[in-house]
Design a protein around this ligand. Structure first.
Ligand SMILES: Cc1cc2nc3c(=O)[nH]c(=O)nc-3n(C[C@H](O)[C@H](O)[C@H](O)COP(=O)(O)OP(=O)(O)OC[C@H]3O[C@@H](n4cnc5c(N)ncnc54)[C@H](O)[C@@H]3O)c2cc1C
Length: 271
């Protein structure tokens, strides 16, 4: 989904919003380069670099018993390799899953990064709202996003909202983001520093960051940030961080299929 608006300059924008306060039809602003304010309902995750194979788990585990010779054995017996990885996962012998690395480029709303960065066993570098002007890209829940929460804390169920609730969320989000971005632009145009002007921007504005993890730390993220019936310890994450985690899981499963299968088979518990 993408959305947006007509092009005007900063002064016209200010006039438009003033007029709107007086009861005129709203006119949504653009950024100074003329780009439209954009609304998205997705989270993008791109694997930009990796050194991550099931073989990395095996040689790390086999050094205990075979030393350097273990490197020669890695591809030798696929069934035995799968068995060993499953054993390591089941017995929570976790350190062999650390000898690998995946770097993701994540483009997501700031409220997703706020949750993601609670995962301390990862490395982050995020774009700066002090050193660059933030782009007018905002998250608004898509039509399939369940809107209504039922149940007690920790065991929430989410059910679809009514068409009216969906329309309300979309309208309110678009309106508030558009107005906030116009305020941001007015302050920048008046010479206010980016680090001050940004304080009016909502958490639904997109940010971007590189996130580097190893398979063990990623499994910890997946165990907590995805909701699966087969999980031995169920978790109930916010849907938007789950969307990010699902994309990371797809990439990891492609790189390390045996490790991913063992994670799945053993209740999605990080070893
Ligand atoms: C559904 C859900 C709801 C949540 N709600 C809230 C909330 O309401 N408020 C809130 O503040 N947070 C909340 N969190 C965040 C949560 O408490 C964790 O901070 C977050 O999930 C990161 O998990 P972690 O510490 O295992 O990850 P990491 O920081 O990546 O740590 C990985 C593992 O390393 C070990 N470890 C890391 N650091 C330490 C340490 N200092 N001491 C001992 N062991 C360590 C632990 O075994 C840990 O599991 C929520 C998380 C989820 C999934």
């Amino acid at each position: 989904m993408g959305g947006a608006t007509a092009a005007t300059d900063v002064d016209a924008r200010t006039d438009d919003l003033t007029a709107r306060d007086e009861g005129s039809e709203p006119v949504e602003p653009t950024d100074p380069d003329g780009a439209a304010v954009e609304f998205r309902d997705d989270v993008s995750v791109e694997l930009v670099r990796s050194a991550a194979r099931d073989a990395d788990v095996l040689f790390a585990a086999r050094v205990s018993t075979k030393g350097e010779q273990s490197l020669d054995d890695v591809e030798a017996d696929a069934q035995r390799s799968a068995g060993l990885i499953n054993y390591l996962m089941r017995s929570r012998h976790g350190s062999p899953f650390e000898h690998n690395s995946m770097t993701f480029y994540v483009h997501a709303p700031i409220f997703v990064f706020r949750e993601l960065m609670r995962h301390r066993i990862a490395s982050y570098n995020e774009e700066s709202g002090r050193y660059r002007e933030l782009r007018p890209v905002f998250y608004v829940p898509g039509p399939e996003r369940r809107l209504v929460q039922e149940g007690k804390p920790g065991h929430y169920q989410f059910v679809s909202g009514t068409p009216e609730q969906h329309a309300l969320v979309e309208r309110e989000t678009r309106e508030q983001c558009t107005r906030a971005y116009a305020s941001y632009q007015r302050m920048l145009a008046a010479g206010v520093a980016r680090e001050v002007a940004r304080i009016v921007l909502p958490l639904t504005i997109y940010s971007s960051a590189y996130v580097t993890v190893n398979a063990r730390s990623l499994m910890n993220i997946l165990s907590l940030r995805t909701s699966r019936e087969e999980s031995a310890v169920p978790s109930y994450p916010q849907r938007e961080i789950e969307m990010m985690a699902e994309r990371m899981e797809e990439e990891w499963a492609r790189l390390m299929p045996l490790s991913h299968a063992a994670f799945q088979r053993n209740g999605r518990v990080a070893p």
